[in-house]
Design a protein. Structure first.
Length: 477
């Protein structure tokens, strides 16, 4: 009570209400790749399909536009995109060479293009854009302007540069942090929380994730962000090589026991309108999109396994798939912690597999991806909600408020179906006098997420006991 003299009455407001715990955004995908346009080494927040257009149209070798188009097919909410292709660094120069206009246009051998110089066939006169021709840099197309110095069907000499994704290295994808704290590549994802108030929870680096160094960096980043990263085996790997790759004699990026990685094999096929043919695409991109879609439609506590992939027309190679055969390739792959595609008679193409890469070297709830994510989301939500309690006096009222806040959130998660049980408590024995006197208090909680029904055993029994039901009255007693 204030010590000032008062002849009358006053009101002292005391707030002992529990602090609401807010759920964490789970359906946030962080994707790193190469694009022919758009920001370079910038963390770009994409909230709609139109936002993705800034990275240009899909083109061979550029991984980011292709991945964004696939993710859009899943309606995958929030994306954090990073383009590491720097056209000033990752480029190839095409020297002065002859090209011939077919009528009024000519297409260069590469697209997009930059630093274009057009000269007459003799090479003595430089032609002027906007007067002699127009240039579509995105398509690499020159169009002659009537009245200019280029005749229909004429030859000209053209030199130009084009962004070359083959010059992008694993170091570019992984990124770095300079002396000023500026990040590039995957390391940019660490900036998301301070910029946007949330982290990426699903990480992919399509195509480049097949490199061991990139897989290792994804693992480190996923552990830091409490995320799960999806990685593919390289194109052309057989089921046997994928399984062998889990061990020391393997030659691919699957030799890991990380609880933060989900291993994907094989590549899938999708129709490409530009070529009017199917193309191969990483399964990891589809798995990430399906994971985000599952979060949004059902909840992060649901497994994404046994759910239909979108836009898939086939798989890289046939995979035997039966739910009642432990020797089928889908079962053999799952048994080694590898997520695959289930495609049997009338099933469509389904993602198949629940486990992260820590399985089978370890077992238990946290080897199921959905259980790992339930634990992550719950931990962060509770941790983030503790800010109002920091620096308050340690009193019984504070302890009661913290416990009720956390237990109230646990009850909500149980009601949602995200948890089977939850309890938060204050353990007096573990909060010693000296520790409390140092301003340090321990609050404990435990939870049980629902594991997916991965194996269903149906026990059948043959018996003669129902023979006694037979009679001669057409079944009537």
């Amino acid at each position: 009570m204030p010590a000032d003299y008062l002849h009358g009455s006053e009101t002292i407001e005391i707030n002992r209400s529990p602090v609401p715990v807010r759920a964490v955004k789970s359906a946030v995908i962080g994707v790193v790749g190469t694009a022919p346009a758009g920001p370079v080494n910038a963390l770009t927040l994409l909230l709609s399909g139109s936002d993705a257009g800034q990275f240009g149209a899909g083109a061979p070798g550029f991984t980011l536009p292709q991945a964004l188009a696939t993710l859009a097919g899943y309606g995958a909410g929030t994306l954090l995109a990073i383009n590491v292709l720097d056209p000033e660094k990752h480029k190839t120069s095409v020297p002065d060479g002859a090209v011939t206009f077919t009528g009024s246009t000519v297409s260069l051998a590469h697209a997009p293009v930059m630093n274009v110089t057009v000269k007459t066939s003799t090479g003595n006169t430089t032609l002027t854009a906007g007067q002699d021709y127009t240039l579509d840099t995105g398509r690499g197309t020159l169009t002659r302007i009537a009245g200019g110095r280029i005749d229909a069907g004429a030859d000209v000499r053209v030199s130009y540069d084009y962004p070359d994704p083959t010059k992008v290295t694993a170091a570019d994808i992984i990124g770095s942090v300079d002396a000023a704290g500026k990040r590039t590549g995957l390391k940019l994802l660490a900036d998301s929380y301070s910029l946007n108030g949330f982290d990426a929870r699903i990480l992919i680096a399509p195509v480049y994730c097949t490199l061991r160094s990139v897989t290792a960096e994804l693992e480190v980043l996923a552990d830091k962000l409490q995320a799960v990263a999806y990685v593919d085996a390289p194109v052309g790997v057989t089921p046997q090589q994928a399984i062998t790759g889990r061990g020391p004699s393997g030659t691919i990026n699957f030799n890991t026991a990380s609880g933060r990685l989900r291993l994907c094999w094989p590549y899938v096929r999708m129709y490409d309108a530009q070529t009017n043919a199917d193309r191969l695409e990483p399964l990891s991109t589809h798995a990430a999109g399906l994971r985000a879609l599952t979060d949004l439609e059902r909840g992060y506590w649901w497994s994404s396994s046994n759910q239909l992939l979108k836009g898939v027309t086939g798989i890289e190679r046939p995979v035997t798939a039966r739910i009642d055969d432990p020797q089928s390739e889908t079962s053999l792959l799952n048994a080694q912690g590898i997520t695959t595609v289930f495609n049997s008679y009338g099933t469509g193409f389904r993602l198949w597999g629940n486990r992260v890469a820590s399985y089978p070297s370890t077992t238990g709830l946290l080897t199921f991806e959905n259980c790992r994510r339930v634990k992550d989301m719950t931990d962060e939500a509770i941790r983030a909600s503790s800010l109002p309690f920091i620096d308050q006096p340690i009193t019984q009222a504070l302890i009661d408020t913290i416990l009720e806040s956390v237990n109230q959130y646990g009850r909500k998660l149980i009601g949602d179906g995200a948890l089977l049980g939850f309890k938060c408590w204050y353990d007096k024995k573990r909060n010693q006098e000296a520790t409390l006197a140092d301003g340090h208090m321990l609050i404990s909680y435990k939870l049980t997420p629902p594991p997916p029904l991965e194996r269903l055993t149906l026990e059948s029994e043959i018996t003669s006991e129902y023979l006694v039901n037979l009679n001669g009255n057409g079944g009537n007693a």
